[in-house]
Design a protein. Structure first.
Length: 265
């Protein structure tokens, strides 16, 4: 009799444990996890451009307590998992490993966790330097999960310019060139499109605009000196695109997400 009672008790305890485990799994999104890609960032960009998705990059370190918290909570939320897996190519970057360290330097990552979001063109559309709850991350992902940010790119992403392509910017620490030089530069590159974000009568104003843009964007920035009679106008140009369509898409993102009204030039 006692043996049967003990067996029944054990069965009840086992069922309770199974129920508790199942409930916890459902609350955290079940067995599904974020499909973080085991490859480099460029490979992720190429895949995103081919599939018409965005790129989600999470910079972390094993010693980072907020990073661990997000792994155990935010990245276990079912809605977060679904949003990332269905619309993003997700990558984790360990800053203590070789590639992660190089990416940390390239994108000037100073805080952990840091999240970068790229559109299908390989352009940074957002940078977050804080710990996010699942609700905060869902809101962020939904904001960028738009048609403008997700397009299948037939010819690949808008690759970073080579050193030769950046000749004018690199030679002048003020990122400045004359309008004649810029037109010559465009001719040598066949088709180069940029988004003009401001025109200033004083170089100080253009320089201030450049500094503000560099805080948010990783795209190339150039100041063009446009001579009008005896006056000089300083035009601030952001980005470098191979097609008018790509430049126009970027202009729309600037207007919608950053309240920057520009024109494609």
């Amino acid at each position: 009799m006692n043996t049967n009672l003990e067996t029944a008790k054990r069965a009840v305890v086992l069922m309770l444990l199974l129920f508790t485990s199942l409930t916890a799994a459902i609350a955290s999104g079940g067995d599904r996890d974020v499909n973080f890609l085991n490859s480099n960032l460029e490979a992720a960009k190429q895949r995103a451009s081919a599939e018409g998705k965005l790129v989600f990059v999470d910079f972390y370190a094993r010693w980072c307590t907020p990073c661990k918290w997000m792994d155990q909570t935010t990245f276990k939320d079912k809605n977060v998992v679904d949003l990332l897996n269905e619309n993003f190519i997700a990558v984790k970057m360990n800053i203590d490993e070789a590639e992660g360290f190089e990416m940390k330097k390239q994108y000037e990552v100073q805080y952990l966790p840091t999240i970068l979001i790229f559109n299908s063109n390989g352009q940074v559309v957002d940078r977050i330097e804080e710990t996010l709850t699942s609700a905060d991350l869902i809101q962020l992902l939904q904001r960028h999960n738009s048609i403008d940010n997700k397009r299948v790119i037939v010819n690949g992403i808008n690759a970073s310019p080579t050193q030769n392509q950046r000749t004018y910017e690199a030679e002048d620490k003020n990122f400045s060139m004359s309008s004649a030089e810029y037109n010559k530069y465009k001719d040598t590159k066949r088709s180069v499109y940029r988004v003009q974000t401001g025109v200033y009568q004083e170089y100080a104003g253009a320089s201030k605009m450049v500094a503000l843009l560099k805080e948010t964007f990783l795209e190339d920035i150039v100041v063009i000196n446009d001579y009008r009679g005896d006056k000089v106008l300083f035009k601030v140009m952001l980005g470098q695109f191979a097609t008018l369509e790509e430049a126009e898409s970027f202009r729309k993102i600037l207007s919608r997400e950053f309240d920057i009204n520009g024109i494609v030039n």
